[in-house]
Design a protein around this ligand. Structure first.
Ligand code: C2E
Ligand code: MG
Ligand code: MG
Length: 731
């Protein structure tokens, strides 16, 4: 305690005595006297000892408040004056006055102090030294004790945490194994040993890589190599292990890398959760979801999954094969012998297919009903796919015996072989299915190979024909009109009505894209009726508005329309409804309609002509024509196919002179038969000129005008008749 609780000390008893520094004026000045040295030595006495003492303390002071320093100075000066310099030294050291310079100064001050018994300076110095040493010892002791306590506490904490971790390791519900980064198993906890049905000795020292299982994915072991190589910190996966008894345990595995302080990989810790039950359940559910319950074969979903996986993973350039199978007489069996027999038959067929094709590495799946599919994941070419189809037919050749019935089923197979990635899984199966139908159409019990062109036609026929019926109701069809002009003066003589379909998804479709399908499905009959009434109404409108200048309207008629009994009545009604003069309607029929089966269509055509309608043969020259028949038909015109006309701008036709001569011959023939000859596909003025010179009557083509709306056609030809007339100038 350095502060004096009594406040500033009273003047010491020796206050009036000779001052200790009388012999040393320089020191007196150092001690803080305000007077000059000369003046003080001569005029005023030096300050009393306690003041000089306190001044000395102030100079060497610790960060102590000045009043406290003053109190300490007074107290210790009093001790000195009382002959207790040792106590003063002890008090100063206790108050942290430990500066060695202070000791030197104090000793000098004490040496000058008067009437002191003994050696106060010596006693002060000795006591100072002792106090200082004791203080140092005390401090060291304190530090040592604190260090001891800290070490003991750290040891206890380490021990406790180790114990906790060991307990955690030993009693954890998950299996934990520790290995070195060299891949040696170092430790395994109880759960892990139980999971593996093994003892610690069975595992310790073994290589982690011994625990491989055939169902491990390569990724697992790549991740493992990366981990022990320090290139990744952890990985997770589901992995099977063999137990000691040979059984398989499925685990969810997490492996982490443990590094030491400088980052070097030291250990690997594996945590394994037994998921065997969950895995088996999942497997069962997956099997149920992906297999056909009747035959046990993979079902449609599994097959598509497989196909999609193949498409995603196959190397570039790989080919795959599909055999789409449909049993030939299954429906008869099902209907006549009952569903139970049908089911047995399907089971037997599935068994035969799996037995015949499974060993070849092909996947057999049941798509539903009596449809099966074989997938060749590695297909060396068409011959492989065809070989698989032959195997299918071979497997079903022997009749199947069920309940005493010998059932000969047989099958049709659509075979598709393609490079992976050139087709989507859905399109591949559809294509194989469409190919199958060709085998069926040909009588069944055979395979048919996919053909890109036939397939494209079938696909477009299908997509188009599915929507066509409603397209008519929804008003998606419309007509354009193309001019037919006189080659002599370029005037408009007729227009051809050409149908188009504004398809909501495919855009505007031309007739070549849907008329064949309409013809095939029979939809051409309602569509054709609509076209006729539409074109006739338009023709009647022009007839009313332009009188003599109104063009003849040409409408195309297909073979099916020409054969249909309703055509005569339809046209009669349409003409009556619209008021179009029959002579302004010309029907364009194809060569095959005109020259094909003569009976029915000829009767129809004659009946039409009797009503005053005219007929022309369209695309003349593209089919085989027995020219003699032309005489017998009630024809008014021939339309020469555009393929005849070798345009100067087109590729050089080898014998184009011959083509021109043929056209000239046909022109002569038409003239002698009294037919109007129209040339189609006239694209240039030169062609038009040459055709005119050869004796053709009319021309149709881009040179005269493209197919346009009725309004555009009116504007181009009818509103201003001069425009059209000047398009060619006869030479
Ligand atoms: P088409 O009766 O021979 O009709 C002429 C075709 O030639 C039209 O094609 C027309 O656009 C095209 N064309 C006209 N001038 C030229 C030319 O200078 N150069 C070239 N490269 N082509 C020209 P579109 O409209 O595509 O019709 C194709 C075929 O579809 C028609 O041939 C016709 O057979 C049939 N068709 C068109 N409309 C109908 C219809 O309403 N009913 C029926 N049944 N068939 C139709
Ligand atoms: Mg035509
Ligand atoms: Mg034509």
């Amino acid at each position: 305690m350095t502060a004096d609780p009594r406040g500033p000390a009273p003047p010491p008893p020796h206050a009036g005595k000779e001052p200790p520094d009388a012999a040393n004026p320089a020191r007196a000045q150092d001690a803080g006297s305000v007077a000059s040295p000369q003046a003080s030595s001569r005029t005023s006495p030096p300050p009393p000892f306690p003041e000089r003492w306190t001044a000395m303390l102030r100079r060497h002071g610790t960060p102590l408040h000045p009043t406290k320093v003053a109190a300490l100075g007074a107290r210790t000066a009093a001790m000195i004056c009382d002959g207790r310099p040792g106590q003063a030294a002890t008090a100063l050291v206790a108050a942290h006055f430990t500066d060695p310079d202070l000791l030197v100064e104090a000793v000098e001050l004490l040496r000058g102090a008067p009437s002191q018994e003994g050696d106060p300076a010596g006693a002060f110095a000795a006591a100072w030294a002792i106090a200082l040493r004791e203080r140092t010892l005390r401090q060291q002791e304190t530090i040592r004790t604190a260090a001891d306590v800290a070490r003991r506490e750290a040891e206890q904490a380490l021990h406790a945490s180790e114990a906790r971790f060991r307990a955690l390791f030993e009693h954890a519900a998950v299996g934990i194994g520790v290995g070195s980064v060299d891949g040696e198993i170092l430790a395994a906890n109880r759960s892990l040993l139980e999971m593996f049905g093994a003892r610690l000795e069975d595992l310790r020292g073994r290589a982690v890589t011994d625990l491989v299982h055939p169902e491990d994915t390569p990724e697992i072991w790549h991740a493992y190599e990366d981990l022990i190589g320090g290139r990744r910190e952890s990985f997770q996966c589901d992995k099977p292990y063999y137990r000691k008894d040979g059984q398989v345990v499925w685990t969810h595995l997490t492996v982490s890398l443990i590094r030491d302080e400088d980052g070097t990989p030291r250990y690997q810790v594996a945590m394994l959760e037994d998921i065997t039950d969950r895995y088996r359940l999942q497997e069962r559910l997956h099997h149920q979801a992906t297999h056909d319950p009747l035959t046990g074969l993979p079902n449609r979903a599994a097959f598509f999954e497989r196909l999609e996986e193949l498409f995603a993973k196959a190397p570039p350039g790989a080919h795959f094969g599909l055999c789409y199978i449909d049993l030939d007489r299954f429906k008869i069996v099902n209907d006549s012998l009952g569903h139970a027999t049908g089911d047995q038959l399907l089971v037997e067929v599935a068994g035969r297919l799996a037995t015949a094709l499974g060993p070849l590495g092909h996947t057999v799946a049941r798509l539903g009903g009596d449809e099966f599919v074989v997938l060749l994941e590695h297909c060396g070419g068409e011959h492989d796919a065809v070989a698989a189809a032959r195997t299918v037919l071979g497997a079903l050749r022997e009749p199947i015996l069920i309940d005493g019935h010998k059932l000969a089923v047989g099958a049709s197979v659509g075979v598709l072989e393609r490079p992976v990635g050139t087709i989507t899984p859905g399109a591949a199966v559809r294509a194989a299915d469409l190919t199958l139908y060709r085998a069926k159409e040909a009588g069944g019990a055979r395979w048919t190979l996919y053909d890109a062109r036939t397939n494209a036609e079938a696909v477009s026929r299908y997509t188009v024909s599915v929507r066509m019926p409603m397209a008519l109701d929804r008003g998606e069809f419309f007509l354009e009109y193309q001019p037919l002009c006189s080659l002599a003066d370029g005037s408009l003589t007729a227009v051809e009505a050409l149908v188009r379909w504004r398809h909501p998804l495919l855009g505007t479709l031309g007739p070549d894209e849907f008329v064949p399908a309409a013809e095939e499905t029979g939809l051409i009959l309602p569509l054709g009726r609509w076209i006729l009434s539409q074109a006739c109404a338009q023709g009647a409108d022009w007839q009313r508005r332009y009188g003599q200048r109104a063009p003849q309207v040409n409408v195309n008629i297909t073979a099916r329309q020409a054969r249909s009994k309703g055509l005569i009545a339809d046209i009669g009604r349409i003409l009556a409804d619209t008021g179009l003069e029959p002579g302004l309607l010309q029907l364009e029929i194809t060569e095959s309609t005109a020259l094909g089966p003569r009976d029915e269509s000829l009767r129809v055509l004659n009946a039409l002509v009797d009503r005053g309608i005219t007929l022309a043969v369209d695309d003349f020259g593209t089919g085989w024509s027995n020219l003699a028949y032309l005489r017998d038909l009630p024809l008014s015109g021939l339309k020469l196919s555009s393929s005849f006309i070798a345009e100067p701008s087109a590729e050089p036709v080898p014998d184009s002179d011959v083509a021109w001569r043929i056209i000239g011959g046909l022109a002569d023939l038409s003239r002698s038969l009294g037919l109007t000859l129209t040339a189609e596909g006239v694209e240039t003025r030169e062609t038009a000129e040459r055709l005119r010179a050869l004796g053709c009557d009319w021309g149709q083509g881009w040179h005269f005008g493209r197919p346009v709306t009725p309004e555009q056609l009116e504007e181009l030809f009818l509103a201003n008749p001069q425009k059209g007339t000047n398009s060619i100038k006869p030479s």
